[in-house]
Design a protein around this ligand. Structure first.
Ligand SMILES: [Mn+2]
Length: 290
């Protein structure tokens, strides 16, 4: 951890003893199209200052919970393998202390080492994947840890029946053919509608992790992503679906692929901060009710 990030996410002013940790991973070392996700964690924290800590959608306030913003991980840029090891080791340690983990990426490759650490703690972990892209390439740009391979790697460490993919609308034919064989693959914008039925699909006692690639949204709502893909859902449509996650036992989530330099308007980082607030509240509320 370095301490060069004085700005915290909204009311995430807790100490390391807090139940929830918010962790920035400023990594974009495998970005295949537009780099810049390394700037996302701090951009999200900055944009959060323009939002309220209270969500009228959930009637909940971040100040009701203890959340520790641990700053950004001090990661290597020399090789993706090394970075993946650093992330895995860090999350193993944090999870051994029983923390819930909210991660601000960074590009999507960071999700693999997090899920690897999580599934060792929660073997029955279910993964909810929101994305425009399949991310099922065996390797890309010379690395099997590319952001374009993250779901391929994850399906090697979790039971494929524990994977739930929503909104995917881009990928190779082979990637779609592989995903279509899975029990819980809900592509295109209709898949986001199916997300509204998630509490009927997953029992509320089972640990759930959400990996939220912001490019699942239409680029007109969020132009600041590393690989924009047209014909996605609106912010409002996605919010309506995400609010339905509140019945689940969420043990962590990440928000990835924000590319602040790709959107000088700042709307994209505000949108990322908005969904971070909603998911933080959803994750913490369930814990409090339990
Ligand atoms: Mn994507």
């Amino acid at each position: 951890m370095n301490n060069s990030t004085p700005l915290k996410f909204l009311e995430a002013t807790g100490t390391p003893e807090a139940d929830s940790w918010l962790i920035g991973i400023p990594f974009d070392g495998t970005a295949s199209f537009k780099p810049g996700a390394r700037f996302a964690p701090d951009a999200i924290r900055h944009a959060s200052q323009g939002l309220e800590s209270y969500s009228p959608y959930l009637n909940a306030d971040l100040s009701d919970f203890k959340i520790y913003d641990s700053g950004n991980m001090d990661i290597s840029f020399s090789s993706p393998e090394k970075t993946m090891d650093e992330i895995y080791n860090f999350y193993k340690e944090v999870l051994s202390r029983g923390k819930l983990v909210c991660t601000l990426g960074g590009e999507h490759s960071i999700t693999f080492p997090i899920v690897k650490a999580l599934v060792e703690r929660y073997p029955e972990l279910k993964l909810i994947h929101l994305d425009a892209h399949a991310d099922m390439r065996e390797s890309y740009g010379g690395s099997k840890y590319s952001h374009a391979s993250v779901i391929k790697r994850i399906l090697e460490v979790i039971d494929v029946n524990n994977y739930y993919g929503f909104g995917i609308r881009s990928g190779l034919r082979d990637s779609f053919n592989s995903l279509k064989k899975l029990k819980n693959f809900y592509p295109f914008n209709d898949g986001i509608n199916r997300l509204k039925e998630i509490s009927a699909m997953i029992d509320n006692s089972i640990p759930v992790y959400i990996t939220f690639d912001l490019d699942v949204l239409d680029p007109s709502f969020i132009p600041g992503t590393g690989a924009p893909e047209p014909a996605g859902v609106s912010t409002k449509e996605l919010l309506q679906a995400i609010l339905k996650l509140s019945k689940l036992n969420i043990v962590g989530f990440d928000i990835v692929e924000l590319c602040p330099p790709c959107d000088p308007s700042g709307i994209s980082e505000t949108t990322a901060a908005f969904f971070t607030r909603e998911l933080l509240l959803i994750m913490n509320e369930k814990t409090t009710q339990a």
